[in-house]
Write a protein that binds this ligand. Structure first.
Ligand code: IPM
Ligand code: MG
Length: 351
């Protein structure tokens, strides 16, 4: 066997284990077909593990994981834990402590039957959102002064560094350069959040090094509107952490829903974390109703990042082929069994 990869698997909460199970079936079948090895290490972190042990994510696991080639994550979040504790302790920890500064979120419509927008076709919806992944209010300490009192003040700052801003903007320019349209849109709210003037200035500076890239700017509120009204205007967009989080949920909807939206958290040259962008959907736990296609699409992104281009293309083609074939008419949870969709992708892979 020419090559072998060590993959850390964190199935997580809610429907995470079900969608990851299907993702792994596709991952292993594809590796076998293209002749590379996969060594999986499953990690139990998530709410169940925290309830049983009070442990969120031990340092020993972090140091083990950094030596691996990639991480596949299902979903984190469960109402039995305090809001945000496990999300921040697992997803946040991995993104921030491994410095995975790029959150890459492709938004691609595979067939018009899945689009809630009137008269939009796959030719209109094919974009990539490059979300900054290590800064912003996400990583700032919340401060509550006079908690519970009438004069309470709660603060959590939006903080951006020049280095953090520059590296994400540069990454986005590189992505734009690699695409036929070569267009890059900066999305911010610099008219209200004046700290984001840093994004405005750094974007203009870096743009000078990429004369072939056509640049544009939109405020986040308008960008949400344009994404629904004229998604064909978007090619590559770069934005801050919080706005990227919000905008890509809009993006997921126009590409057919949370069932298909995948993402990659990366830092070039280091291991990446690949996950569906949907949450843990606690109410659906164990019911075999969650759509695993987003996780399977995340596996394709993982292969791409590992340099297994043929495997990435095969998985992508299997998902696209399935969605184009008419065999799948709805991407909503419950429309098909989680395992049934996994079977369909596996069958498509064999074709
Ligand atoms: C996402 C999620 C996370 C985020 C949550 C679970 C903290 O919504 O990956 O988009 O806000 O980044
Ligand atoms: Mg989100």
């Amino acid at each position: 066997m020419s090559q072998s990869y060590d993959i850390a698997v964190i199935a997580g909460d809610g429907v995470g284990p079900e969608v990851v199970r299907e993702g792994l079936r596709v991952l292993e079948a594809t590796a076998a077909r293209f002749g590379f090895g996969i060594h999986l290490t499953q990690y139990p972190y998530g709410t169940e593990h925290w309830l049983a042990t009070e442990e969120i994510f031990p340092d020993s696991a972090t140091s083990e994981i950094v030596d691996q080639d990639a991480i596949l994550l299902g979903a984190i979040g469960d109402p039995r834990a305090p809001v945000g504790l496990i999300e921040r302790g697992v997803i946040g920890h991995l993104r921030w402590d491994l410095d995975l500064y790029v959150n890459l979120r492709p938004i691609k419509l595979y067939h018009e039957r899945f689009c809630p927008l009137k008269d939009k076709t796959p030719a209109d919806i094919d974009m990539v959102v490059v979300r900054e992944n290590t800064e912003d209010a996400y990583v700032q300490k919340p401060v509550f002064e006079n908690q519970g009192e009438p004069d309470e003040v709660a603060t959590q700052a939006m903080r951006y560094t020049r280095a953090g801003t520059e590296r994400i903007i540069r990454y986005a320019f590189d992505i734009a350069m690699a695409r036929p349209r070569k267009e890059l849109l900066l999305i911010d709210k610099a008219n209200a959040v004046r700290a984001q003037d840093l994004y405005t200035r750094v974007f203009a500076e870096v743009a000078e090094e990429y004369p072939e890239v056509k640049t544009d700017h939109a405020y986040i509120d308008a960008a949400c509107m344009w994404m629904i009204k004229n998604p064909e205007w978007f090619d590559v967009a770069v934005t801050t952490n919080l706005f990227g989080d919000i905008l890509t949920d809009v993006g997921a909807m126009i590409q057919g829903g949370m069932g298909v939206a995948a993402s990659a958290n990366v830092h070039p040259g280091q291991l990446g974390l690949f996950e569906p962008i949907h949450g843990s959907f606690p109410k659906a736990t164990g019911q075999n109703t969650a759509n695993p296609l987003a996780t399977i699409a995340a596996v394709a992104m993982m292969f791409e990042y590992l340099g297994e281009k043929e495997a990435a293309t095969a998985v992508d083609n299997a998902v696209v082929g399935l969605l184009k074939s008419g065999a799948v008419t709805s991407l909503k949870a419950g429309a098909y069994g989680t395992d049934e969709l996994g079977d369909m992708v596996l069958a498509e892979l064999q074709r």
